[in-house]
Design a protein around this ligand. Structure first.
Ligand SMILES: *Cc1c(COP(=O)(O)O)cnc(C)c1O
Length: 386
């Protein structure tokens, strides 16, 4: 057994990252400024979007993306219950009501037919999540948006590298929202981004990210000379500092090599777990690129004597950290009580939520780490087989 604990979702940080942060630190300009602007340009070029606005988090990105569409109290936004609570919380922050649509039991992705079932005259937005880095059925979802006159906002927190028919995740609708939190495929410690092809949305978000001050407010202390600034809307404090942007730009250089490393780990896991009492992730849908953010097994509970939570305890005892992505939102007390939801309202999400377990997939894992994960998972699933 491993002699020290393998942390789930550990970031890969290098000396080069540190040097980039230090260089910005030493430049004297550590708040939002030229590095944040460079990161926005880099990310817009990478995704093929016309505009990119960096923010303090993906939660902020989702919140402002919805405000920029003029969401009002009483409006409904259809999203998936198989996501991090931030997705649905941001809908509430914007004053709208989150309406969950059930998922594909195997992939956990929102199902277009279930979205259609939940559309009402109050529906304004469809907000799919590319769970684990797997692209949602964008063709079907876009068709629904078109048929019902709805806006599309994509939660791309897991999907920095995701492609669907050659097109980048986040570019299909009005806005795409990304996260650079510690555990994501690229980290700035904290950070987010909205991409959009709509100049008006980009400008609104930029303004609202800094108190509602005129868009170039950060320039006011630069060497361009003193400028008055004016508040034009009620904004928030969601700006992205340059020290974080320097880390993001440095991490970006390794985005593709890190993805290749995670793909290699993924193949080893697939081969090792294929014949155990669990389902391995289905291969990426044809015409898509999977961002390999989370490697998730679905435990075959009928063939095991233990629950998923006990499985995680057993992994932990073998010094391997695992995760759950996610406990379906309709099972959380807040959502249950606020919206009167019952477990059986979303049977596929319930099924997926009870069985899903995420294994370590960081590009920083050594071959020995991967072997340790395989040994521990194999041991637990063999020992507790019915
Ligand atoms: C991490 C995450 C978010 C929130 O990102 P932050 O940058 O931490 O605000 C939103 N949605 C999903 C699916 C996530 O995994």
């Amino acid at each position: 057994m491993r002699d020290h604990f393998l942390v789930f979702g550990a970031p890969v940080l290098t000396e080069e990252d540190l040097e980039a942060v230090l260089a910005t630190f030493r430049s004297g300009w550590i708040g939002t400024g030229p590095k944040a602007a460079e990161w926005e340009q880099t990310f817009a070029r990478y995704t093929g979007a016309k505009h990119a606005v960096s923010l303090s988090s993906c939660t902020a990105a989702l919140h402002l993306a919805m405000l920029s569409l003029g969401i009002q109290p009483g409006d409904e936004v259809i999203t998936t219950p198989m996501t991090f609570c931030a997705t649905a919380n941001a809908i509430l922050h914007a004053g709208a009501r989150p309406v969950f649509a059930d998922v594909d039991p195997r992939t956990g992705l929102i199902q277009p037919a279930e979205i259609e079932r939940r559309i009402t005259p109050r529906t304004r937005v469809i907000l799919p999540v590319h769970l684990a880095g797997r692209a949602c059925s964008m063709r079907e979802i876009l068709a629904l948006c078109e048929a019902w006159g709805l806006a599309l906002i994509e939660d791309c927190a897991h999907a920095i590298e995701t492609l669907y028919e050659g097109q980048h995740a986040g570019t299909f609708g009005r806005a795409g929202c990304f996260s650079f939190y510690v555990t994501k495929n690229l980290t700035a410690i904290e950070g987010g981004m909205v991409i959009t092809n709509d100049q008006d949305i980009a400008e609104q978000i930029q303004t609202r990210a800094l108190h509602g001050l005129t868009a170039d407010a950060w320039k006011r202390f630069s060497d361009a000379g003193f400028k008055h600034y004016e508040m034009v809307s009620l904004g928030y404090k969601y700006n992205f500092p340059d020290v974080h942007a320097a880390l993001a730009l440095s991490q970006f250089k390794r985005l593709e090599t890190n993805l290749q490393r995670r793909e290699a780990i993924w193949r080893r896991y697939d081969a090792a777990f294929a014949n155990l009492p669990c389902l391995i992730p289905p291969p990426p849908e044809p015409g898509t690129r999977h961002a390999r953010h989370l490697y998730t097994l679905l435990l075959d509970l009928d063939a095991l004597t233990i629950s998923r939570d006990r499985f995680l305890d057993e992994l932990h005892q073998r010094n391997i950290g695992g995760g759950v992505h996610y406990l379906s939102l309709h099972l959380h007390r807040y959502y249950r009580e606020q919206f009167g939801l019952r477990p059986q309202d979303y049977p596929h999400a319930l099924w997926h939520s009870d069985r899903t377990v995420s294994l370590p997939l960081s590009a920083g894992l050594t071959e020995a780490d991967v072997a340790d994960v395989i040994e521990a998972v194999t041991d637990v699933l063999t020992r507790f087989k019915r």
